[in-house]
Design a binder for this molecule. Structure first.
Ligand code: APR
Length: 185
């Protein structure tokens, strides 16, 4: 019985992981239903991937964000993609790393869950994530990747409509961290 269960569990894990892709490029060039922005609470732009997405999307994105009155850490808001190849931008605010004892892991997990609930609500099929909180916010890459993969596997198991999740790594360290997290059960 245990063997059958394990086989079934392994098959399910392989099925979900076949819908996960890793790439090393600029997220602003990705043509997905939605790309995720690692924003700050104001949603009024910044550096890193936030700056890149706003530059590529054009002024319309900031104008729409101005009407959203910010976003608490762990939550997500959706806007149009404007000049981006992606139709939508999902802005989420990750936790600033303060050593791991201030609820950072749960807040980062909530970022992914908040993004996936918007994806489910809108029936989106493809979404691309940057490595949320691992840049300016200092979250250790391997820990952050483990949380990203865990929440993504959960979302893929719950949402058959989800066709592809792309993790867009901006450097080799990040890509290796995701590769390691994907290799773990
Ligand atoms: N495409 C994909 N990934 C990118 C890009 C890009 N164009 N630019 C940066 N990244 C990567 C970084 O290398 C890092 O791995 O995105 C990840 C997240 O880093 P940050 O953008 O610094 O985001 P974060 O750590 O969540 O900090 C958010 O930074 O830019 C400000 O306004 C933002 O205050 C907020 C804070």
């Amino acid at each position: 019985m245990r063997v059958v269960f394990l086989e079934r569990w392994k098959k399910k894990a392989t099925m979900t992981d076949s819908r996960i892709q890793l790439t090393e490029e600029d997220i602003t060039g990705i043509k997905a239903d939605a790309i995720v922005n690692a924003a700050n609470n104001s949603l009024l732009g910044g550096g890193g991937v936030d700056g890149a997405i706003h530059r590529a999307a054009g002024p319309g994105l900031l104008a729409e964000c101005r009407g959203l009155s910010g976003c608490p850490t762990g939550e997500a808001r959706i806007t149009k993609g404007y000049n981006l190849p992606a139709t939508w931008v999902i802005h989420t605010v990750g936790p600033i790393w303060r050593g791991g004892t201030q609820g950072e892991p749960e807040l980062l997990a909530r970022c992914y869950r908040s993004c996936f609930s918007l994806v489910q609500e809108l029936g989106l099929r493809t979404i691309a994530f940057p490595a949320i909180s691992t840049g300016v916010y200092g979250y250790p890459k391997e820990e952050a990747a483990r949380i990203a993969i865990k929440e993504t596997r959960r979302a893929l198991a719950e949402n058959e409509n989800l066709a592809s999740i792309i993790f867009v790594c901006f450097n080799n360290d990040t890509r290796l961290a995701y590769k390691k997290a994907l290799a773990e059960p």
